[in-house]
Design a protein around this ligand. Structure first.
Ligand code: ATP
Ligand code: MG
Length: 553
């Protein structure tokens, strides 16, 4: 169970009131994903809200697959969704539910509406129906099938259900009000014909209920008290209430809307995310650049950091675009305290310590965290040949550059002070080797003569280090709101993935996938759960050490 400090919001205030007034004695929420894609960080907001409320009020939260559109849904998605909800730290009440569990009841309620003269089968074409709907400014017009008798409608619906009509030839509509200012109340379709195999009900049905009809009834059948959804369903609440008011069902959950999460420099619609996958713009739904739970997990985000983000953004009715740096701050704050340190060199250059005995190896002790002794320490081998970061050496530099410079000294992290003596270059003038000397009397202490050595750089022992691939990630898109672009592919960031080949200290060969480390002075990284193996280590950059996004601004 995920336990975080609850933070109040307008929905919790409504619940507090309902409990105080005795309207409800307990709280029952649900999270209702459609299994047509992987869950993303927007869903996490809804999950943390629904499951978090259930937890804090000692209530219950159902997981319900809203599976009324068999054409777009897949069992793979059903499985990934369950895995992601569990990973976030939540447990649903009982078994996962499916809207399709209620297809029999839903059908019976549709028949009840027909019997009450509140639904009719319409044989108009889709174009005709659209024409009759009217616009926001003009009322709609009644369908010629609107006044068909109850008996005929019952027969037509039975025929629909028996597969006697082709797709698009007949639909069941609720008889509400063609001149309603709410378009959703203009005789909405509640059942349609689809000759589709369903991942849960197989070929049992060739008529499927529409979302608006299904959702409210599923909520009521499960005894949901508060049905929380995003703002675009505000108008649909009229239909939600109309259906429950007009069928014989006792429970009437309260629908409450909140604003969706939008995150800058990414897209959140499953349709668009699916396009990125289908068109090979990313390696899959769990590509570490994707805003999916699976992608973030693979990148090294922790469940608590995702929950913390959802708490920080809060729950309101205001539309918003959250900065990516806010998400990154949550994982960075957590890893700064909790991630063990290690050394890696992602752009290596060879360095030889000429006065260090050839063939000798020392096991040096390195603390796993500079401020937390309880995290212990590890052995790091030190030898005559090491790798350092190419950018940590210059032949000449001003005083601001606190790294290794020719003829100057620097400290090797967890090891000795060295001095750069000379360099060797290839035909193109690139440095191939830096030759140094070391001061043997500086292990864990300042030079005896009192001279000051300011800079500290990281390193790995050349012979002992393990080769590793480093995947550095940047924002997936170049513009803050790619969804607003006509061709959102054109705003993809060509440098969203940069691959480096370098080395990690030997202890990293055993790094567990998805468990982030701080590679000192570089950033937070974790071993990739799919591509990393003992023969070929692959590390994903979780997040940088600092918020460079805001630096650029
Ligand atoms: P998408 O546009 O990504 O397909 P959706 O709303 O169709 O999203 P569902 O699977 O139907 O996806 O969503 C399940 C639940 O998650 C719903 O209650 C929905 O309101 C909520 N949800 C989806 N996206 C967001 C978001 N960006 N912010 C907050 N809640 C969201
Ligand atoms: Mg949906």
């Amino acid at each position: 169970m995920a336990a975080d400090a609850p933070r109040s919001n307008f929905i919790r205030q409504i619940i507090d009131k309902d409990l105080a007034s005795g309207k409800h004695s307990s709280v029952h929420t649900r999270f209702p994903p459609e299994p047509n894609g992987f869950l993303h960080i927007g869903h996490a907001k809804s999950i943390v809200l629904n499951f978090g409320i259930a937890e804090d009020y000692q209530g219950q939260c159902n997981l319900r697959f809203d599976d009324t559109n068999p054409l777009k849904e897949k069992v793979d998605y059903v499985n990934s969704i369950q895995e992601d909800v569990k990973w976030l730290g939540y447990e649903w009440e009982g078994k996962p539910r499916y809207s399709s569990n209620y297809f029999d009841q839903l059908h019976a309620y549709a028949v009840e509406l027909i019997e009450k003269g509140l639904a009719y089968v319409d044989f108009s074409s889709q174009d005709e129906m659209r024409e009759m709907r009217g616009t926001l400014k003009e009322p709609g017009t009644n369908s010629p099938y609107r006044d068909t008798s109850v008996e005929e409608n019952l027969k037509h619906f039975a025929d629909m259900t028996a597969g006697k009509y082709e797709e698009g030839k007949a639909a069941l509509r609720a008889k509400i009000d063609m001149s309603s200012p709410f378009m959703v109340l203009r005789d909405p379709v509640i059942y349609r014909v689809r000759f589709a195999h369903h991942h849960q009900t197989g070929d049992k049905w060739c008529v499927y209920p529409m979302y608006d009809f299904t959702h409210c009834i599923s909520d009521a059948l499960e005894g949901i008290t508060h049905s929380l959804c995003t703002l675009e369903f505000q108008d649909n609440r009229r239909l939600y209430d109309w259906v429950l008011d007009n069928i014989s069902i006792d429970c009437h959950p309260q629908q409450i809307e909140f604003s969706r999460l939008n995150l800058q420099y990414t897209v959140m619609s499953k349709r668009k995310l699916n396009l990125l996958v289908e068109e090979g713009k990313v390696s899959g739904w769990d590509d570490p650049r994707m805003p999916t739970i699976a992608g973030m997990r693979r990148r090294g985000y922790t469940p608590s950091s995702v929950r913390e983000f959802c708490h920080r953004i809060g729950v309101t009715k205001m539309d918003n675009q959250v900065e990516m740096s806010m998400l990154e701050a949550c994982i960075r704050d957590e890893l700064n305290h909790g991630a063990p340190r290690a050394m890696a060199v992602i752009d290596p250059v060879r360095l030889v310590i000429e006065n260090y005995p050839e063939g000798e190896v020392e096991q040096l002790q390195a603390p796993n965290h500079p401020n937390d002794e309880s995290m212990g320490s590890r052995e790091v081998p030190f030898a005559r040949e090491i790798f350092i970061e190419r950018e940590d050496f210059r032949e000449s530099a001003n005083k601001k550059y606190k790294r290794l410079v020719l003829d100057k000294e620097v400290r090797l992290r967890n090891a000795y002070v060295i001095k750069a003596e000379r360099v060797e270059k290839d035909a193109d003038g690139n440095i191939t080797t830096i030759y140094c000397t070391y001061d043997a009397d500086t292990l864990g202490k300042d030079p005896a003569d009192g001279r000051k050595v300011k800079g500290v750089i990281h390193w790995v022992a050349a012979e002992h280090a393990k080769p590793a691939e480093f995947r550095l990630y940047d924002r997936l898109f170049q513009v803050p709101n790619p969804a607003a672009e006509e061709d959102f592919f054109s705003t993809l960031n060509p440098d969203s993935l940069v691959i480096k080949q370098g080395y990690v200290e030997p202890s990293m060969a055993a790094a567990e996938a998805e468990k982030p480390f701080q590679f000192e002075r570089i950033g937070y990284f974790c071993a990739d759960s799919k591509d990393s193996s003992a023969e070929h280590l692959v590390f994903n950059q979780t997040v940088g050490l600092r918020d460079t996004w805001n630096d650029e601004a």
